[in-house]
Design a protein around this ligand. Sequence first.
Ligand code: CP
Ligand code: NVA
Length: 330
Amino acid sequence: MAVNMKGKSFLTLMDLSAQEIRYLLDLAHDLKAKKNMGLNGQALKGKNIVLLFEKTSTRTRCSFEVAVRDEGGGVTYLDPGSSQMGKKESLEDTARVLGRFFDGIEYRGFDQQAVVELARHSGVPVFNGLTDLDHPTQILADMMTMEEHINKPLRECKVAFIGDVRNNMSYAWMFGCCKMGVDFVGYGPQELIDGIDQELLSACRAEGEKTGCHIKISDQLDDLKGADVLYSDIWASMGEEELIPQRAKLLAPFRIDDNMVQATENPNVIFMHCLPSFHDFNTKLAKDWIDKGVDIREVTDEVFRGPHSVVFDEAENRMHTIKAVMVATV
Ligand code: CP
Ligand code: NVA
């Protein structure tokens, strides 16, 4: 069946079919190969995209900006301080105005409902650039990276997400895995496992039954056996900084190290991370905390820089996959 995503928003992978996700991945591989040959398209010629960021970003912002320019379009960046949104103007009014100017809207912020509202009222495709619940463009890049580094189809793979199993990246993985038939294990401490939204987990498991995969949550190291991907994220997400000391205590046993890599019993396991990452003490935050006796590294430097790590390929693929989303929908 032919896939046509023109006009469609990209809010969560739960809204997409497996065929649509497959189509975006194939398109991203194709766009990457073309760019590597020095060939950029004109798919966004005459189109303008606005980027709304209520949280900071390096990869997502730059991916959107470079992708739009590569395809001949125009891009406008608005940070939280430089628009009326939320302070003097409602989300609905903002969406109605931006929909008159732009052909697509990227949004990074807090509430998932914000991207839903923007899509409802703007009349143009809206792209979720991260909310407290989801990070779907990241998963697309991660799956693309898996296809480049793992010599078998996604539906035969097992992804282990380690750490804050109730954060946006963990949910984003559950959504992506259940749609694409990838086994998922969320491995973390019981206290964070207890915070998982049971309704969402059940929805993912029901979807996983259709695509033939298991969505498992566990505090047992044994469950990492056979993993093809060990995935890590920072322990306190944007907006949760006051939780850093308690999370560091809770998650210290879940720091990814060589022993955890060994626990997969898979010599070809890859290490992935959405980034930014605390893996050494070369950031202000990691240094300030270690000076107070708190180690906030979610992964050791040995694993981050080691032979299993594919984190910079993964970061590059943010751009190719975000380009695919815009080329497909705008
Ligand atoms: N992974 C990711 O979304 O990175 P940024 O926060 O830098 O955009
Ligand atoms: N969980 C992290 C992901 C960053 C890409 C955060 O929300 O800060």
